[in-house]
Design a protein around this ligand. Structure first.
Ligand SMILES: Nc1nc2c(ncn2[C@@H]2O[C@H](COP(=O)(O)OP(=O)(O)OP(=O)(O)O)[C@@H](O)[C@H]2O)c(=O)[nH]1
Length: 147
């Protein structure tokens, strides 16, 4: 992988609705576990150490319908435990799980921007991307003392 100095942030999409699904290309791998492993790899990658990571916990709309239709998250994600099978609780849980991995595996401390998204809702997603762009640029300008 080649990263130029021009790259200041990467948006990582983790489709959290896939907790009860397997990969099409390898049916022995759970989709959520695959995303978690990839997130760990990206966080610990030394070449990306100075790049801000923006996490989109995506397909939240599908997560919501699944949980509301009675699919029990704890059946697939044991560590979810006795928490209520509620979309907001689940999103908070995933956010904190991915954030903890980021803290633990990043070679040097850096900012974490985590959002629950349904990217098919292009209006809301456009707003989130604009806000993220603003935050990341401000942070970099501040760090280089231009702001
Ligand atoms: N409802 C909903 N659909 C989405 C969302 N994000 C992507 N999709 C749809 O999911 C389908 C698969 O897209 P992706 O998940 O991006 O593609 P992929 O990574 O190859 O995923 P799979 O096809 O599920 O293996 C497409 O029809 C997308 O439009 C979302 O947040 N909400």
């Amino acid at each position: 992988m080649r990263i130029t100095d021009d790259v200041i942030a990467i948006i990582f999409l983790a489709p959290i609705s896939g907790f009860d699904q397997v990969l099409a290309e390898d049916r022995s791998v759970n989709r959520l576990e695959d995303s978690v492993l990839l997130w760990k790899e990206v966080c610990s990658n030394k070449m990306l150490a100075k790049v801000d990571l923006v996490l989109f916990l995506n397909k939240c709309d599908i997560l919501e319908s699944k949980l509301k239709s009675g699919v029990r998250l704890a059946k697939y994600v044991r560590s979810f435990g006795e928490r209520p099978n509620d979309p907001d609780v689940a999103q908070k849980y995933f956010r904190s799980k991915f954030s903890a991995i980021h803290r633990e595996h990043s070679p040097i401390p850096r900012k974490f921007y985590g959002f629950c998204t349904s990217v098919t809702d292009t209006t809301t997603t456009g707003g989130i991307i604009a806000a993220v762009k603003d935050m990341v640029l401000r942070e970099h300008l501040r760090a280089s003392k231009l702001l």
